[in-house]
Design a binder for this molecule. Structure first.
Ligand code: ACM
Length: 528
């Protein structure tokens, strides 16, 4: 090579280097620590630059895993409406393509478990690494929250899409982080349930418990007992037309949830809360006569006859069909407020029903009253009302799901002027819902005894998705953080600042949230 060529090559090299660093440095300086991430991650390290998501950014998926490819497409679909970008998703074995988002399964430290992830953002690319596709999915939810808030818009926005650089390492504190929806008192169709599933997925929830039967309605098709839905599903609180899920619709919900790493837990409440079933089949009643359908909101007046053989035939048929269409590991048997069943009848009933569930290959969850029975291996007690029942459950070696009504019941009014909701467990404003610690909540019950927490929404007064959103948001975001974030990192004053900022996303998403004064009231200016 002659000297001229050499000088030219060196000059070209210098120009390329300068151009590359100039083009990277045109990305604005941003601080990842300023992002309002909910639930708060275990660790965030900022590196002061930013990555720009562009129309030609690519999503690369490490290897041929179908689940990972699905996660890649889920991310591409999440990004598309607001950006208008049709981002390509491809499998690769190459690690560091620039201008890309790279999703990869790789062995992380044990504390990351199934749901933990590492999210790295540099000026050049983004990577999400996890032990499993589920962890990648949780990481995508964090990535979503550090994209500009307009990413939540459903129409194309004119703007650039920079995100702050740095590294996030994250994993949950509790294995079970659930919500419950009562579709029995007011029916919610599959489309609404899917909307709720999407809202829950955004905050890393992993379970949705569907309360499928109660006095006011039976909501799941059981082919061997068709009148349950034909008659028992035909009304709801207030006398509306009710409704039910066909088995096909239910499977559609289950699959939709599965794709978002949310387990559906079906509940058939018994022996109480069974008026809809009793009204549908006279033979299930002690009197042999069917009662009228019920559209009020009283509790504790109905019971299956725990001494009739037909009752257990009925339960076996129902659980068999339910287990067959439920891939998740749990079936919830209710067991609450059986005020007209004597304890003498209640205990053998719950024992038999546990055996039926186990014989169908599922684990049992029941409300805290079931702790009176002989709890079988793996039966889980869901605490809602009586501390001594939860303690009894732990004494009998059960794990506990915590749903204290005065903290997690989303049907409790926020304050005295909330129009919707009930108040028997007290008012639950956003601070009360957030400021408690599962591992110290009940004396004698520590973290090892707790599977997780669940936020139930009972629907005596909640009739549609807008009302659901109002009762759920924003307090369920606090519950998400209790279930996910280490207690040592949780702080109300820090949470409320992040929540206020995050509420701009709720607004863009069109979620009808409660603007609690605790979060949104501007402090009055001090006068000199
Ligand atoms: C319940 O609130 N009856 C579980």
């Amino acid at each position: 090579m002659n000297i001229k060529k050499l000088i030219f090559s060196v000059a070209l090299f210098v120009v390329v280097i300068l151009f590359t660093s100039w083009s990277q440095s045109k990305n604005p300086r941003m601080n990842l620590l300023n992002e309002a991430i909910l639930p708060k991650p275990v660790s965030v390290t900022a590196s002061g630059s930013s990555f720009e998501l562009k129309a030609n950014t690519k999503i690369f998926v490490d290897g041929e895993s179908v689940a990972l490819l699905k996660a890649g497409h889920y991310l591409a679909n999440l990004i598309k409406p607001a950006t208008g970008f049709d981002i390509e998703v491809t499998s690769t074995s190459k690690k560091s393509n620039s201008n890309s988002i790279y999703l990869s399964i790789s062995k992380l430290e044990p504390e990351f478990g199934n749901e933990g992830y590492k999210l790295k953002i540099t000026g050049k690319n983004v990577s999400i690494i996890a032990n499993s596709p589920e962890g990648i999915f949780r990481g995508i939810q964090t990535f979503r929250q550090i994209l500009p808030k307009e990413i939540e818009a459903t129409t194309k926005q004119k703007k650039s899409w920079f995100i702050a650089s740095g590294e996030i390492q994250d994993y949950p504190q509790y294995e079970y982080r659930g919500a419950m929806l009562d579709v029995a008192r007011h029916f919610f169709n599959a489309e609404d349930v899917k909307k709720y599933i999407d809202m829950l997925a955004a905050y890393k929830f992993n379970a949705l418990h569907l309360h499928l039967s109660d006095d006011q309605g039976w909501r799941i098709e059981i082919k061997s007992w068709p009148n349950l839905t034909v008659h028992g599903g035909s009304t709801q609180v207030g006398g509306g037309k009710g409704g039910f899920y066909t088995q096909e619709k239910y499977k559609e919900i289950v699959e939709y949830a599965q794709e978002r790493y949310i387990t559906i837990i079906p509940e058939i409440d018994m022996p109480g809360h069974t008026n809809a079933a009793l009204a549908s089949y006279p033979e299930l009643n002690s009197s042999g006569e069917a009662p009228e359908l019920y559209t009020g909101i009283k509790v504790g007046f109905s019971s299956l006859d725990t001494n009739k053989d037909i009752t257990y035939q009925f339960i076996s048929d129902v659980i068999k069909e339910l287990a067959e269409m439920t891939p998740g590991p749990y079936i919830h048997i209710g067991g609450d407020e059986s005020h007209v069943t004597s304890l003498e009848d209640y205990i053998p009933f719950i024992n038999k029903v546990q055996d039926i569930v186990l014989a169908n290959g599922k684990k049992v969850i029941g409300w805290d009253e079931i702790a009176h029975a002989d709890l079988k291996t793996n039966t889980i007690v869901q605490f809602w009302a009586r501390i001594e029942n939860a303690q009894k459950g732990v004494d009998k070696k059960a794990q506990i799901i915590l749903s204290p009504a005065n903290k997690t019941y989303l049907d409790m009014k926020y304050d005295s002027i909330t129009k919707l909701g009930l108040k028997w467990a007290g008012y639950v404003d956003v601070d009360s819902a957030y400021v408690w610690n599962p591992s110290t909540f009940i004396s004698g019950i520590s973290k090892k005894d707790i599977l997780g927490i669940e936020s139930p929404l009972w629907t005596e007064t909640v009739t549609n998705i807008e009302e659901l959103e109002f009762m759920v948001f924003p307090r369920i975001i606090g519950h998400a953080e209790i279930g996910w974030t280490p207690d040592s990192l949780r702080d109300w004053n820090d949470f409320k600042v992040r929540l206020k900022k995050h509420s701009e996303r709720l607004k863009i998403k069109g979620i009808n949230y409660y603007t609690s004064d605790l979060i949104f009231k501007v402090a009055p200016e001090t006068k000199n």
